[in-house]
Design a protein. Structure first.
Length: 220
């Protein structure tokens, strides 16, 4: 895998394992499992982040619930088919895992991404007056694959993002966040769902000529 591809998608979290290892899928004989890790924000709110991890880097038969852990890897996306048609979900693909000593840990949640803006960001104002902009960026992965990652910008970054157009290349620093929302199924029924996105703390637009140079360097 190109080092450049790894450098354009990095994530690290420090939190508490909340669920047992649950089988997810298999690729060329390598089995992958899913866990959820809770990470506390400075505000005290909790983000519960889905993590996909290989059996080759951790003992998936062990019960690690309530154990502090640091996981480094990449933010990836997949499209779920079925009840929620064409719903794209995020997860942290683990490359390394370290179990912390002691029973508590301070939350850490860092994401760094470089990618292409897929469509013009949507600017809006929340009911309490906060300026935000939603955008989706395409981040390259190995073997010609891509991840489509929803991001949310705040305040001045939202105003800045509103001027972006499809094809702009951007750099983002932020964190993975989870939030619950209610989806109306019918006139009488609402369903509570969970969305995952990257909350942006730093945002930069990269000149096109520099992007071409970076791609050329990554291919060497």
């Amino acid at each position: 895998m190109s080092d450049k591809i790894i450098e354009t998608n990095q994530a690290a979290i420090l939190g508490i394992i909340e669920t047992p290892f649950t089988y997810s899928h298999e690729v060329y004989g390598e089995r992958f499992y899913k866990i959820e890790v809770s990470v506390e924000r400075t505000s005290g709110r909790i983000d519960c982040i889905p993590v996909i991890i290989s059996e080759r880097i951790v003992d998936v038969t062990s019960d690690c619930r309530l154990v502090p852990v640091k996981i480094c890897g990449q933010i990836r996306s997949f499209k779920r088919y079925g009840v929620q048609k064409n719903k794209r979900e995020l997860f942290l693909f683990a490359r390394t895992i370290e179990f912390a000593t002691g029973g508590t840990c301070q939350g850490e949640n860092n994401v760094y991404l470089e990618g292409i803006v897929c469509k013009k960001p949507t600017y809006r104002e929340t009911p309490n007056g906060r300026d935000i902009a939603d955008m989706v960026i395409e981040v390259k992965r190995s073997y010609g694959k891509q991840d489509y990652i929803p991001c949310i910008c705040w305040g001045r970054d939202a105003w800045f993002a509103e001027r972006f157009v499809a094809g702009d290349y951007v750099r983002i620093e932020g964190r993975i966040q989870s939030r619950t929302y209610k989806k109306r199924i019918s006139d009488e029924t609402e369903e509570e769902r969970i969305a995952y996105e990257v909350s942006v703390s730093r945002l930069a637009k990269v000149a096109l000529d520099l992007c071409v140079h970076l791609c050329e360097v990554g291919e060497k």
